[in-house]
Design a protein. Structure first.
Length: 70
């Protein structure tokens, strides 16, 4: 699975970094970054993606097929 952040959508709320701190971190410009694609287990990454209020976290499978947001 591949994780991407749509920076245009990210509002810097910090939810992803709070839920999956080994995967996401906020940068100085208050945009989320993926610090480790496999930092947390997939269940935790999915929880973070689904908890993002703006749908800024995009998940793809290994073939590049979009998994989230639906
Ligand atoms: S949860 Fe979404 S909007 Fe909030 S910091 Fe993470 S990517 Fe940005």
């Amino acid at each position: 699975m591949k994780i991407k952040i749509n920076k245009d959508k990210c509002i810097g709320c910090g939810t992803c970094a709070a839920l999956a701190p080994n995967t996401f971190a906020l940068s100085e410009d208050y945009k989320a970054n993926v610090i480790n694609q496999t930092g947390d287990n997939e269940e935790t990454i999915w929880l973070a993606a689904k908890s993002c209020p703006t749908g800024a976290i995009e998940l793809e499978d290994d073939n590049g097929q979009k998994l989230w947001p639906k």
